[in-house]
Design a protein around this ligand. Structure first.
Ligand code: PNS
Length: 161
């Protein structure tokens, strides 16, 4: 049974993340979405909110689990029994950042091979950090995040109607 982990901060989950989740779920029998608990000093969403949002968004999809983790990804992979890490690549800069991480993760855990999925062009400008910045200034995040996340953030950050 082929199992993979799709790790990230998901603060918040974006439409680009959802596209990658759907595509990775079609490749693997089991996909664990690993939500890093201590992702940032000033998170937009709590770890509970991020896990809950991902659970809601994936509830009708087969073979998906949402788990939070702390510490090293290489150790988390061991706990899940998965042997592949899935990461999305939006730009050449992403690849430069991700390649040494993939190599370090393999050094730390030889079961952890990384599979890079090229982000679809329509999502390549979307990032959680852009959404974070926009949400803090009540900028329009429609289309950057799934509808449920959009509604949640509008409420949490008191967007005007
Ligand atoms: O969504 P992000 O913030 O790009 O995800 C980054 C993540 C969670 C994949 C990365 O920060 C991570 O794996 N953190 C756990 C600590 C770790 O294992 N670091 C790599 C050391 S080689």
């Amino acid at each position: 049974m082929a199992a993979a982990v799709f790790p990230g901060s998901f603060d918040p989950v974006t439409t680009g993340h959802m596209d990658l989740i759907e595509r990775a779920a079609a490749i693997f029998d089991r996909l664990v979405i690993g939500v890093l608990a201590n992702s940032s000093k000033s998170p937009l969403c709590t770890i509970e909110e991020r896990v809950q949002m991902l659970e809601g968004l994936t509830k009708d999809m087969q073979g998906i689990e949402v788990l939070s983790f702390d510490g090293l990804l290489a150790d988390f992979i061991k706990k899940t029994g998965a042997d592949t890490i899935v990461r999305g690549i939006r730009t050449p800069a992403d690849f430069e950042y991700e390649l040494p991480l993939a190599q370090a993760n393999y050094k730390l855990n030889c079961k952890a091979d990384t599979l890079f999925l090229a982000t679809r062009p329509e999502y390549s400008y979307i990032s959680s950090s852009a959404v974070k910045e926009l949400a803090r200034y009540k900028g329009n995040i429609e289309g950057f995040v799934p509808e449920a996340v959009y509604q949640f953030l509008k409420k949490k950050y008191n967007y005007p109607d």
